[in-house]
Design a protein around this ligand. Structure first.
Ligand code: HEC
Ligand code: HEC
Ligand code: HEC
Ligand code: HEC
Ligand code: HEC
Length: 443
C-alpha cells in the first residue's frame, strides 16, 4: 500500500513536471545501452540494429529536422513547438535533459542513443488516457520496469509493469497529433479499431517475438524471452509478403482486338494496422500490372477508377505536383513543387493517405498538416481491396502464350523528395512486397 501511494505521488509529480516543461534531468541520469549490454548482450545487439536505435541518427530524420522542421519552427509561430516536439520522440534523452535543439548526429552527443533501453524501461505510464505525442511519464532510477514478476538482478532492481507490456507504451510515440489537431500518426489507433486489439494480439507480439533462452548473463532459462528486433517497413524481411496478391482473369483466353478484364485482390493478413502505417505522409504502396506477350513486349495497364472522393490522389499521375511547402520553408524562389508520385508509373493504383497543409496542398511535412481525412486509401488490418484493370488487346500481339504480371511495391519517401533532399537512395528505392503472375492465351 505504501509503495502504491509513493508511486502515485511520483506520478503526480511527473505529470506536473512534464506539464510545465521543467522536467530537467541530466544525461548522467541515464545509463548507456552499452552499459546494459554488458549483461544483456543479445538484447543490446538486437536493439542496435533496430530503427529505434537510429531514431536521431537515421539520415532522413536528421535532414528533415535540421533542414525543414527546425527552420520552420523558428519562423512560423503555430509550429514553434516542434523544435522540441520532434525530439520528444526521436531524441528522448535530449528532450528530457532540455538539450534543445540538440547537436546534429555528427557531433556524437548522447542524443544519438535514440530510443534507448533507459527510455522504455523507465517509463511508468502516460499523462494521457489514450497516449500520443511523447506523453510518457518517466522515472529514471535503479528500478527497471520489466515484463516479469520473478526477475532478479544484483545490478538493478526490477518491477513488473503492466504499462510496459501494453500497446499503450508504443502509443506514446507511435501516435501523433499535429499543431493543427490532425492525427498524423495513428498506428495505435488503427490497431485499436481493428481485429487484433479485440483478440489480444499486442504490438509486442508481432514486433518483439518470443524465443527460448536467457535475457542476461546469470539470468534464468526461460521459454519466452522478448526479442528486441522491432522490424518494420525498413526491414525487407518484415515487409515482404505483408500483403497477399491474388489475380483473376475474366478468361484465360482472349482474341486480338477484344478486351480483357483482370481483377487483383490485395489482402493485409499480417499487419495489426493499416499498410502503410506510421509516417503515412510519405509512404506509398502501389500496384503495377502488365501483360508481356510471346515476344517479350510489355503492355502496362492503368487501374479502372472507382469514382470515390479524392481518388485522384490514389492514381499515379506523373504531371501532378505537390510538396510546395518544402520550398517555402527552405526559401527557394519560384519553387513549383515536386512530382507528387515520384517515379510511380502512370495509372498505377497507390494505397496511401494524403496529408494537406493549411493551404490545401499535399505535404510531406506532418507537423504542417491541417487535414488528412479527405481520403484514406490504405489497406486496413485484414482488409481486402479489389482493383480492376482492362486490357484492350492490340491487333498486332503475337498469337500464343502471354503472361499477366502484378507486382506491389512500397516506398518510404516519394523518390522526387528523396532526390531533392539528397537522401541516400536506399531511403526511397521501391521495395517489392509481393508479386504474382498468370498465363494468358492470345488467339
Ligand atoms: C550486471 C548485469 C546486468 C546489467 C549491467 C544490467 N542488467 Fe538488467 N538484468 C540482469 C539480470 C541477471 C536480470 C534477470 C534476468 C532474469 O530474470 O532471467 C535482469 C533483468 C532485467 C529486466 C527484466 C525485468 C523484469 O522484471 O522482467 C530489465 C527490463 C532489465 N534487466 C533492464 C536493464 C537495463 C535497462 C540495463 C541498463 C541500464 C540493465 N538491465 C543492466 C542483469 C543486468
Ligand atoms: C521501445 C521500447 C524498448 C526498448 C528501446 C528496449 N526495450 Fe526491453 N523490453 C520492452 C518491452 C515492451 C518488453 C516486454 C516485451 C513483452 O511484453 O513481450 C521488454 C523486455 C525486456 C527484458 C526482459 C526480457 C524477458 O523476456 O525476460 C529485458 C532484459 C530488456 N527488455 C532489456 C532491454 C535492454 C537491455 C534494452 C536496450 C539494449 C532494451 N530492453 C530496449 C521494450 C523496450
Ligand atoms: C520514446 C518513443 C518511442 C516508444 C516508446 C516506442 N517507439 Fe517505436 N519508434 C520510435 C521512433 C522515433 C521511431 C522511428 C525511427 C526512425 O525512423 O528513425 C520508431 C520506429 C519503430 C519501428 C520501426 C519501423 C520501421 O519502419 O522499420 C517499429 C517496428 C517500432 N518503432 C515499434 C515499436 C513498438 C512495438 C513499441 C512499443 C513496444 C515502440 N515502438 C515504442 C519511437 C518510439
Ligand atoms: C499482427 C501483427 C502486427 C501487430 C499486432 C502490429 N504490427 Fe506493426 N507491423 C506488422 C507488419 C507485418 C509490418 C510490416 C508492414 C508495414 O510496414 O506496414 C508492420 C509495420 C509496422 C511499422 C512500420 C510502418 C510503416 O509503414 O512505416 C510500425 C511503426 C509498426 N508496425 C508499429 C506497430 C505498433 C506501434 C503496433 C501496436 C499498436 C503494431 N505495429 C502492431 C505487424 C504487426
Ligand atoms: C509522437 C512521436 C513523434 C513525433 C512528435 C515526431 N516523430 Fe518522427 N517518427 C515517429 C515514429 C514512431 C516514426 C516511425 C514511423 C514509421 O516507421 O512509419 C517516425 C518517423 C520519422 C521519420 C522517418 C520516416 C522514414 O521514411 O523512415 C522522419 C524523417 C521523422 N519521423 C521526422 C520527424 C520530425 C522532423 C518531427 C518533428 C516535426 C517528428 N518526426 C516528430 C515519432 C514521432
Amino acid at each position: 500500500m505504501r509503495k502504491q501511494i509513493l508511486a502515485y505521488l511520483m506520478l503526480l509529480g511527473a505529470v506536473f513536471l512534464l506539464g510545465t516543461g521543467t522536467a530537467k534531468y541530466s544525461y548522467d541520469d541515464f545509463e548507456s545501452p552499452d552499459d546494459c549490454g554488458a549483461c544483456h548482450q543479445q538484447i543490446q545487439q538486437e536493439w542496435a540494429q533496430s530503427l529505434m536505435a537510429q531514431s536521431f541518427t537515421h539520415e532522413w530524420d536528421a535532414i528533415e529536422y535540421f533542414k525543414l522542421a527546425l527552420p520552420h519552427a523558428l519562423k512560423e509561430p503555430k509550429v514553434a513547438g516542434v523544435k522540441e516536439g520532434c525530439i520528444g520522440c526521436h531524441g528522448p534523452l535530449a528532450f528530457l535533459t532540455g538539450d534543445i535543439p540538440p547537436q546534429p548526429p555528427e557531433k556524437g552527443t548522447r542524443v544519438n542513443e535514440g530510443v534507448s533501453c533507459e527510455i522504455c524501461h523507465n517509463i511508468i505510464g502516460s499523462t494521457e488516457p489514450v497516449p500520443f505525442n511523447f506523453s510518457y511519464i518517466i522515472q529514471p532510477d535503479e528500478v527497471k520496469q520489466g515484463p516479469r514478476k520473478d526477475s532478479e538482478s544484483e545490478y538493478h532492481q526490477t518491477a513488473y509493469s503492466s504499462f510496459l507490456v501494453s500497446p499503450e507504451l508504443c502509443a506514446t510515440c507511435h501516435d501523433e497529433q499535429s499543431p493543427y489537431g490532425a492525427w498524423v500518426k495513428s498506428t495505435y489507433r488503427e490497431w485499436k479499431a481493428g481485429p487484433y486489439a479485440e483478440e489480444g494480439t499486442r504490438c509486442q507480439d508481432c514486433h518483439m517475438h518470443h524465443y527460448p533462452g536467457t535475457s542476461a548473463l546469470g539470468g534464468q532459462e526461460r521459454p519466452d524471452i522478448a526479442h528486441h528486433v522491432f522490424h518494420g517497413s525498413h526491414h525487407e524481411n518484415k515487409l515482404r509478403g505483408a500483403l497477399d496478391l491474388a489475380l483473376y482473369l475474366e478468361s484465360d483466353t482472349v482474341a486480338r482486338k477484344k478486351e480483357l478484364e483482370l481483377t487483383v485482390q490485395v489482402f493485409n493478413g499480417k499487419a495489426g494496422h493499416s499498410i502503410p502505417s506510421g509516417s503515412a505522409e510519405e509512404r506509398m504502396v502501389w500496384l503495377e500490372v502488365s501483360v508481356t506477350d510471346a515476344k517479350g513486349r510489355q503492355y502496362p495497364l492503368a487501374v479502372s477508377p472507382k469514382g470515390f472522393d479524392g481518388e485522384e490522389f490514389t492514381i499515379a499521375d506523373p504531371e501532378a505536383l505537390a510538396y510546395q511547402a518544402m520550398g517555402e520553408i527552405m526559401e527557394i524562389a519560384d519553387f513549383k513543387g515536386l512530382p507528387r508520385d515520384g517515379d510511380v508509373p502512370a495509372g498505377s493504383r497507390i494505397f496511401r493517405k494524403p496529408f494537406f497543409d493549411p493551404q490545401g496542398r499535399m505535404t510531406i511535412c506532418q507537423w504542417y498538416t491541417e487535414n488528412n481525412t479527405r481520403v484514406d486509401y490504405r489497406v486496413g488490418p485484414r482488409e481486402t481491396k479489389i482493383e480492376r484493370f482492362r486490357w484492350a488487346v492490340p491487333e498486332d500481339v503475337p498469337v500464343g502464350e502471354a503472361r499477366v504480371t502484378v507486382r506491389i511495391y512500397y516506398s518510404q519517401v516519394p523518390s522526387s523528395v528523396g532526390r531533392y533532399m539528397k537522401l541516400p537512395p536506399f531511403e526511397y528505392k521501391p521495395l517489392l512486397v509481393n508479386e504474382n503472375s498468370m498465363a494468358l492465351q492470345i488467339r
